[in-house]
Each structure stands twice: as C-alpha cells, then as structure tokens.
Design a protein around this ligand. Structure first.
Ligand code: NAP
Length: 253
C-alpha cells in the first residue's frame, strides 16, 4: 500500500548500501516499486543474492555488488559497476551500519572504531564515490539513514550515537558544498522500528518501551516512505534537512 504514484522514480537508478536486510531492503523495495532500478551492496553475498531475487520477483530491476563500505576501492568498484549496468545514478541511500549494545566500559577501541568506520566513513566513501562518478555532473539525491539517539545520548550506544552525530554533520556539509551541482543531501532519522534485526538487538538490552506521543513504534514502511519522498522530485527544494521518523519520540526524552 503506497500513497505515492507508482511511477515517481521511473527511469531513475538508486544505490542502497546495506540493502539486503532490514530497513535497507525495505527502502530498496519501495524505491523499486516506484520505478527505480536498484543496486544494493554489502559484504555478504549470501544475503545479497536472495534479496535481489526477491526484488526481481516483484518486478524490480535489481543487481548487487559485494563491498565493505569501509574500503573506498571496493565502493568505487560497486559505483562503477552500477553506472556500467544501469547507465546512471540518481539516488544514493547510505543505510549500512554496524550496531551492538555495549556500555562504555565494555566497548573496545576496535569496537568503537568499527561502528564509526561503517556508519560515518562508509557514508563519506559512498557519497564521494557516487558524486565523483556521476552525481557531481548530473545532480541527484543522497539520503543518509541516521538515528535520533545522538540528540540526547543513550546508554549502551556511545559508538552509534557518535557515528550518527558525524553522519548528521557530514550531511549538512555535503548539502552546502554540492548544492550548486544539483545534489540534495538529507537525513532520515528513524526511531526504534519493529520488525528489524537492529531493533531486536538493541531492545534485547534496553527494553522495548516507546516514548512516542503516538504511543507505538514505527514500521519499516514508514522509514522507506520518508526516503522515497526525499529521493523524489517532491523534495526538489529540500536539502540539508533531517526528517525524524520516530513518532515524535525524540521530543519526549
Ligand atoms: P541491519 O539489519 O543490521 O542492516 C545493516 C546492513 O548494513 C546489513 O545489510 C549489513 O550487511 C550492512 N553492513 C554492515 N556493515 C557493513 C560494511 N562494513 N560494509 C557494507 N555493508 C555493511 O540494520 P537495520 O536495523 O535495518 O538499520 C538500517 C539503518 O537504520 C542503519 O543505518 C541503522 O543505524 C538505522 N536505524 C535503525 C533503527 C532500527 O530500529 N532498526 C533505528 C534507528 C536507526 P552485511 O552484513 O552483508 O555487510
């Protein structure tokens, strides 16, 4: 069920990092159902292959590239393969992330660095590679999937909150530097989304309550629809913005 016209991304091409699982797969599905060709990428071919099969079964033209988002050469290869296969890139969704709950005293330097490298450096790598290869010349839309926990801090999430604060800052700077080239760069900041592994991992430790004034958790579809909006021409004068898709929960901490 969608409130958007089916063809609003017709002829467009989207790359979704971490697009084989959870919110990323829902985003890939939603962009595809609205006309985009979709390239998904992450490290595990065992996840990517069935995800592309599932997308294809729904009539979506999809492909995958294996890459560790932390490695710029691998990211550049996936971007080049996408342009070669689909002819263009219009939308980049930086969704790949690492997360495990840990108190500060249980967090190693490597653990902290791994999350910052995946979330923040990975977002920089893909944005820069796509900008250099296509977006810088042709324009487009970058949507960075962040979070809301960095607004207040959250126990067990120092590494993730720090990484996402960086993603928010990077987004605004990209929006300023790349606006003249027709590249819009925005953030979708989900609260806790039921039906995702990320949510289950964190709430196993933090509990499942919600502070949303709407009195419920969000769904994957609600995040994907916000990404679709920012990817589409309906958001043509929106850049450097954050849409929190958290049912207002961050207002109530
Ligand atoms: P998820 O299911 O854990 O998916 C993360 C994805 O990132 C996986 O597909 C994983 O694929 C990929 N990935 C991890 N490390 C990678 C690397 N080094 N290189 C390339 N890909 C990598 O996460 P999710 O819960 O759907 O969350 C998606 C996004 O929403 C994340 O940015 C997360 O921070 C944000 N978010 C989620 C929630 C929630 O409630 N779920 C709340 C707030 C924010 P591989 O393992 O194959 O590499």
């Amino acid at each position: 069920m969608t409130v958007f016209r089916d063809d609003i991304l017709d002829g467009r091409v989207a790359i979704v990092t971490g697009g084989a699982t959870g919110l990323g797969l829902e985003v890939a599905r939603t962009l595809g159902r609205h006309g985009a060709k979709v390239a998904i990428c992450s490290r595990k071919e065992d996840n990517l292959r069935p995800a592309v099969k599932e997308l294809a079964a729904q009539g979506i033209e999809a492909r995958y590239g294996v890459c560790d988002i932390r490695d710029m050469e691998q990211v550049q290869r996936v971007v080049a393969e996408t342009v070669a296969a689909f002819g263009r890139i219009d939308v980049v969704v930086n969704n790949a992330a690492g997360n495990f709950p840990a108190p500060l005293t249980g967090l190693s330097t490597n653990g902290f660095k791994a999350v910052v490298d995946i979330d923040l450096l990975g977002t920089f790598n893909m944005s820069r590679a796509a900008y250099d290869a296509y977006l810088g010349e042709h324009g487009g839309s970058i949507v960075n999937i962040s979070a809301t926990i960095q607004y207040t801090g959250m126990a067990m999430q120092a590494h993730v909150a720090s990484a996402k604060a960086g993603v928010d800052a990077l987004t605004r700077t990209c929006a300023i530097e790349w606006g003249r080239n027709g590249v819009r760069v925005n953030v979708v900041a989900p609260g806790g989304m039921t039906g995702t592994e990320g949510y289950s991992r964190v709430t196993a430790v933090t509990g499942t309550g919600t502070r949303s004034p709407l009195g419920r958790h969000g769904t994957r579809h609600e995040v994907a629809d916000a990404v679709l909006f920012l990817a589409s021409d309906a958001a043509s004068y929106i850049t450097g913005a954050t849409i929190a898709v958290d049912g207002g929960a961050c207002l109530a901490r």
